[in-house]
Every structure is written in structure tokens, then in C-alpha cells.
Design a protein around this ligand. Structure first.
Ligand code: AHG
Ligand code: MN
Ligand code: MN
Length: 362
């Protein structure tokens, strides 16, 4: 344990090809986020004792009911970003508009986008939850950022990461030089010192092949044909065209699903569906899809909306929703090929006796 690098030491090494001021500002910014997440971890870890369970009697800009922990986590992130001299502004799932730093808006070189608390429906059930973040360049440094300043593709992200509040609190981070994993040392932080994050894995790689997928199967009747086909083939198992049995998981916290994929491979899908035609997907491009896509790609996986790479998408708005399909590269290649096939038509009858799900009639 004594030989492990701290977050700051590991980042300095990871970024050693960058100018000293870039290293310093990036280490400061990620440390601010890490300190905020250590505080959220503590709050989440106290469970009901922290008084943070239940609804907050408010809704976010998209009309979704906010939990108390959503609101508190958002305040904690805002507070720490507001004290970081390199951050000009930030945008959160919980606010309709971005926020400008009171003190550092003109000198800050970065914009931060985040989902302060991912998996809110799991809070009271004591199931893993998380935080997702992305650091973008503020191209107009010296000028006030506008909401347009955030409309950058996922390729522009300088860093992205998530923190998983599970049995252990783990940060998974990329600065576009591979993926690093840190574990929060919960015994640190005595005498008002910031808590320590220790490097527990580097060069994280997602296996290209897998026998595990994650999808909310209750939406099956709304899926489009390529997704129907992929899942039907997986659930057909050994006797189906894939000639192997698959396993399924659904935590309903994207952070937990992506972390499982980081540790042993797999596919995660929240695809486009026909439930609400105005909403092309459930997840948000800027603070869920994009940062996860960068992490997954940096770990050798692939992340798409079905037909395009998630990192190629130019956001229309801060809260834009997109379909998300990510994970083990060979599986994502297969799913993209199903989306690309203009004659895609599933021979449902073939799998009828083997599938877990009731298939629509052909
Ligand atoms: P959030 O709690 O930030 O709104 O995000 C929840 C997301 C994501 O984490 C998860 O994959 C998905 O919503 C779960 O959706 P369902 O409840 O439809 O399964
Ligand atoms: Mn979320
Ligand atoms: Mn959230």
C-alpha cells in the first residue's frame, strides 16, 4: 500500500509529455473533482444517517424529480469547482443552464460538465451509484464562456472519468493517455487533510469479446430491429447463431454497468426506442455518453449510438439525449453491422423456443 502512487503523483507521471502549466492546472482541476467526490462518497456512505435519502421536493430542468442526494452532490461539485482557479464554468444535469465561476471566469482554461449523482433510483436501495465528469477546453479563455462554448464533440475532452460509490469508492479516469483506476483510502483525511486516492490499476483494457450484456429488457417492445436481433441472438444461447450462452445484468446505474465492463468486459445498451419519439434515448450526451465513450475507447472498447461513434456527435444542447451502446469491441462492431444492414430482418421463429423474451410476430 505504501508503494502506491497518489492521484496527484500518478497524474503528473501520466501527463509528463505536457507543459508544466498544463500538468499543474489539470492536476488541480481533477483534485478539486476528487475532493468533491470524496465528500459525496462520505455522504452516500452514511446512508439514511446523513439525512440525504428521499425526494428533494424539486425537479431538474428536464422535469425529473430530484433526490436530496442529487441536489447535495450537485452543490458539493459546484462548491469545489468554484474554488478551482482553472475552471471558468460548469454545467450539470441538475441545472438548465451552465454556471460561471465567480472568481475565475476570466482566467479559467477549462469547462467541466457532470452528472453529480448517477443511478439516483438506487440510493434508498443501497445499490451502487456514481458521479460522471468531463473536462473540456475553454477555447475562449479570457472571455466569458457561453452555452455554445460547451458544444464540443467528445473528441475535444481533455479528461473524463467516473467515481463509483460501491463497497469501495473507485475513480476511473482518462487524460487521453490510457485509463487509470484509483481507490479512495477511506482511512485517510484525518486532521482536515484531503482524502487520498491511490492508483490501484493502470492501462485498464476491456476484453474485445464477452458473453455478458446489460439492457433494460422491460423496454423490449420499443426497441428497433437491430437491437431486437442482437438480444434475440444472445438469449438464443448455445443453440442460436452465436453458439454460446450469454449472461445478463442490469443495475440501473450506468456507472456500475460501465465499471463492470471495465473489469471483465461486456455490452451496455440504452438504445434508441419508440417510447417517446421526441426523446432519441434515455442518457445524456454531454455528461453521461461522451465521458463514458472516451473512457471505453481509451480502454480499447467502442461506444456508438448504433450508427455513429458517440465521440463524433456535436451536441445541440447541454442536455441532449442519445442512444448509447458501448463495451467490448467485437460485440459493438457486430451491433453496428446490424444497424448498417438495410435488409435487417430477424427470423424470430428460429429463436422462439429459446428466447427469454416474448418476440413480436414477424
Ligand atoms: P440518473 O440517475 O443520473 O438520472 O441516471 C440514471 C440512468 C443510468 O444510470 C441508468 O443506466 C439508467 O438511467 C436507468 O434507467 P432505467 O430506470 O430506465 O432502467
Ligand atoms: Mn445519470
Ligand atoms: Mn444524475
Amino acid at each position: 500500500m505504501h508503494d502506491m502512487l497518489t492521484l496527484q503523483e500518478a497524474l503528473a507521471r501520466n501527463l509528463d509529455d505536457s507543459a508544466p502549466e498544463v500538468v499543474a492546472s489539470m492536476v488541480d482541476t481533477i483534485s478539486a473533482i476528487a475532493n468533491a467526490c470524496a465528500r459525496i462518497s462520505d455522504l452516500a456512505g452514511q446512508g439514511v444517517l446523513a439525512g440525504a435519502h428521499g425526494l428533494a421536493d424539486s425537479a431538474n430542468s428536464q422535469g425529473e424529480a430530484q433526490k436530496k442526494l442529487d441536489v447535495l452532490s450537485d452543490e458539493i461539485m459546484s462548491h469545489h469547482l468554484g474554488h478551482c482557479q482553472h475552471v471558468a464554468g460548469w454545467a450539470s444535469e441538475e441545472h438548465e443552464h451552465h454556471q460561471l465561476s465567480d472568481r475565475h471566469v476570466r482566467q479559467g482554461r477549462y469547462l467541466v460538465v457532470y452528472d453529480p449523482l448517477d443511478g439516483s433510483s438506487n440510493i434508498e436501495a443501497n445499490i451502487s451509484i456514481g458521479t460522471i465528469f468531463s473536462i473540456l477546453p475553454h477555447e475562449g479563455r479570457g472571455r466569458l464562456p457561453t452555452e455554445d462554448s460547451y458544444r464540443q464533440t467528445g473528441h475535444e475532452q481533455l479528461a473524463a472519468g467516473y467515481v463509483l460509490y460501491g463497497p469501495a469508492t473507485i475513480m476511473v479516469l482518462t487524460c487521453r493517455r490510457g485509463v487509470l483506476m484509483f481507490t479512495l483510502d477511506k482511512r485517510s483525511g484525518v486532521n482536515g487533510e484531503p482524502m487520498r486516492w491511490l492508483l490501484t490499476q493502470e492501462n485498464v483494457q476491456i476484453p474485445a469479446q464477452t458473453k455478458e450484456f446489460a439492457i433494460n429488457a422491460s423496454n423490449q417492445r420499443f426497441w428497433e430491429k437491430p437491437v431486437q436481433r442482437y438480444i434475440a441472438e444472445c438469449t438464443a444461447g448455445e443453440n442460436g447463431p452465436r453458439m454460446k450462452d450469454f449472461n445478463m445484468r442490469w443495475v440501473a446505474s450506468m456507472v456500475a454497468e460501465v465499471h463492470r465492463i471495465m473489469t471483465r468486459g461486456g455490452v451496455f445498451m440504452y438504445p434508441r426506442d419508440t417510447r417517446e419519439p421526441r426523446k432519441p434515448g434515455r442518457l445524456r450526451l454531454m455528461y453521461e455518453a461522451s465521458p463514458m465513450a472516451l473512457l471505453v475507447e481509451q480502454a480499447g472498447g467502442r461506444a456508438v449510438n448504433g450508427t455513429s461513434e458517440l465521440l463524433d456527435l456535436v451536441p445541440d444542447t447541454l442536455h441532449q439525449r442519445v442512444p448509447v451502446i458501448l463495451g467490448s469491441r467485437d460485440e459493438i462492431d457486430r451491433i453496428v453491422s446490424y444497424h448498417a444492414d438495410p435488409h435487417e430482418n430477424v427470423s424470430w421463429q428460429l429463436f422462439k423456443t429459446r428466447s427469454l423474451f416474448v418476440q413480436p410476430q414477424a
